[in-house]
Design a protein around this ligand. Structure first.
Ligand SMILES: [Zn+2]
Length: 336
């Protein structure tokens, strides 16, 4: 595995590749949302830092350093991650696993590399690390990963080179999912890719259950049958669907928004490919025709959904915000 085997992140990989060929700094900070691949990229970079013959593409893959890294047994590489179920990495662990080790020379590589999950470092842990970050021994490189760099002390930020990771394109996530799961249905991979907002790890974790595929079916049925429902049905039966999915409410709203976008695309071009089988697409086109839906109405529906999301985030009354949204959607359909 090398940088080229990792999807996207071209800028980050170019910068890391250049530093492997030059004189790398002593502390790098990989910043990006959870699931974007910060640790995966940092581990590849670590392999390049320890490799005897690194290239712009990372470690050579064949020297003893690369082999030890592949087998997770390199004596000059350590990771300090947040133990599952814990809120923070213990300061005692920062001291015993990192600080008391940095002064010892490397065994087989020319450097020692430490990967630290900085999301797990509370202020005390960051402070413990600070002095060593300020004056690291020559042979040491720190790789920190963090999903939100505003949680880090300015003094930590100023000692590190930031490597920002950006969301992948939908096509990149789609390709990565198909590569990891060759049996996955194309339309399902497309759905996961779109819903993941460019975060491959998130798409992969979604695929562990059928929740998204099931919810997409439910949301589609709901939106396609909504105009036929009476006001009373909306406020009881349809509301109860949202109540049962309260825990996933924002995800359901995101799916609704995706569906309104799909419908807008179908209004513009009924032949355009979309996220579902032809059967569902025919139903969507039928609803569009029956209610003479226009793109602007789909925009208004998306707006009603975003208002509900906003009210939910602001801890608004759940029943009121859901019912208001449902009635607004129905009104939009009927204006066609
Ligand atoms: Zn190598």
């Amino acid at each position: 595995m090398a940088f080229t085997d990792l999807t996207g992140q071209t800028d980050a990989k170019t910068r890391l590749g250049n530093s492997l060929l030059g004189e790398p700094g002593h502390a790098f900070l990989f910043v990006g949302p959870s699931g974007i691949g910060k640790k995966t990229l940092a581990r590849e970079f670590a392999k390049g830092l320890l490799c005897s013959h690194p290239t712009k593409d990372g470690g050579c893959g064949t020297c003893p350093n690369c082999i030890y890294m592949r087998e997770h047994t390199h004596p000059d590489y350590r990771e300090l991650l947040l133990p599952s179920g814990e809120k923070n990495i213990k300061v005692a662990d920062v001291r015993s696993r990192i600080l008391s080790d940095v002064g010892i020379l490397s065994q087989i590589a020319e450097r020692k590399v430490y990967l630290i999950d900085a999301d797990g470092l509370a202020e005390e842990g960051q402070n413990a690390l600070l002095k060593t970050l300020e004056e690291p021994p020559k042979h040491v490189v720190f790789l920190l990963t963090v999903s939100d760099d505003s949680k880090l002390l300015p003094t930590v930020l100023s000692r590190t080179v930031s490597i920002r990771m950006v969301p992948n394109t939908e096509d990149e996530v789609f390709a990565a999912l198909r590569k990891a799961n060759p049996d996955i249905l194309e339309e399902e991979a497309r759905l996961y890719a779109r819903f993941s907002r460019g975060i491959i790890g998130y798409a992969m974790s979604l695929m562990e259950t059928t929740w998204l595929v099931d919810a997409w079916e439910d949301v589609m049925d709901l939106i396609l049958t909504l105009p036929e429902k009476s006001r009373a049905d909306l406020l009881t039966e349809t509301y109860s669907f949202f109540d049962e999915e309260k825990e996933h409410f924002l995800d359901i709203l995101a799916l609704m928004d995706m569906l309104f976008n799909e419908m807008a695309i179908l209004i513009l071009d009924p032949k355009s490919p979309c996220l579902h089988g032809e059967g569902k697409k025919d139903k969507m086109v039928a609803v569009i025709k029956k209610y003479k839906l226009r793109v602007s109405q789909m925009g208004q529906c998306s707006h009603a959904v975003s208002l509900a999301a906003k009210a939910f985030r602001a801890n608004g009354n759940f029943e009121i915000l859901v019912c208001r949204m449902l009635l607004a959607l129905k009104k939009e359909y009927m204006n066609g």
